[in-house]
Design a protein around this ligand. Structure first.
Ligand SMILES: [Zn+2]
Ligand SMILES: [Zn+2]
Length: 257
């Protein structure tokens, strides 16, 4: 049976897991191995089943635990060739054993146990950044995070997804009046920054997403308020959705309670 979960999302750590009980794959790994295990345990995913980690980009909240995990567990690490080459300082800092690194290009198909995956480009201030699309039987998961803008390609992928993990990083009003310095505000709401609540909700509408659940992810704890997003989403979104709060974990079984 398929288990999937948001193990955590936001500036203090990001990771998503997909598991059939025998093979598990992570998208991003921004945690220590101890913390990762604690989070996997919550969903009954056995650490020993981890086969691969697929990386969106090399910012520490997404990648800082990748090297340690790869060295401990000997699992494969998939990230874009462009990220390896153009973010070489960040990349070498992770210390991933060379034989475990699989540099890939967008839309190249990867098979991990029963999962097939590919990545697609995003627009972020980390070279070679991507989102991921995960297929398991009839289920299709899309992880779209850390992107300043959405594209036609993103919309058409979302249209075919059954579950969407979608960034809703900031509320524009809170960002504008918040404590961040101007250069940081510009970075966040710029082309290579993050998606706002408004952008996320428009994206959902425009893509014609017809899946069965949306997880709003990567919320800023300074420039966003889960209650604001929740009330805006209630007005606009017909699909069941979950607003993922900072550092919390979410999966289908959590909602069932
Ligand atoms: Zn980032
Ligand atoms: Zn991030």
């Amino acid at each position: 049976m398929l288990t999937y979960a948001v193990l955590g999302s936001g500036s203090s750590g990001n990771s998503y897991v997909f598991s059939d009980g025998e093979s598990s794959v992570l998208i991003d790994q921004g945690y220590s191995v101890v913390e990762l295990c604690r989070r996997l345990d919550r969903f009954g995913v056995d650490y020993s089943t981890l086969k691969a980690v697929c990386v969106t980009h090399l910012h520490p909240d997404h990648a800082k635990g990748v090297g340690t995990l790869a060295r401990k567990k000997g699992l494969s690490v998939y990230l874009t060739k462009q990220a390896c080459e153009e973010e070489s300082v960040q990349f070498s800092k992770l210390g991933i054993p060379q034989q475990l690194v699989y540099p890939i290009t967008p839309f190249e198909l990867i098979e991990v146990g029963p999962f097939s995956l590919f990545c697609f480009p995003t627009s972020h201030d980390s070279c070679g950044s991507v989102g991921w699309f995960v297929r398991y039987q009839e289920e299709q998961f899309m992880v779209l995070t850390d992107t300043g803008v959405t594209t036609e390609e993103h919309r058409s992928l979302a249209k075919s997804a059954t579950v969407l993990f979608l960034e809703a990083n900031y509320d524009p009003g809170m960002l504008a009046t918040g404590p961040y310095p101007v250069y940081l505000k510009r970075r966040i709401d710029g082309r290579y920054g993050h998606l706002s609540n408004h952008q996320a909700l428009s994206f959902l509408e425009e893509s014609g997403f017809a899946g069965n659940h949306v997880y709003f992810i990567h919320m800023s704890d300074v420039n966003n308020d889960p209650a604001l997003l929740e009330s805006a989403a209630h007005k606009k979104v017909n699909t069941p959705f979950t607003v993922c709060r900072k550092n919390q974990w979410y999966g289908p079984e959590r909602e069932a309670k």
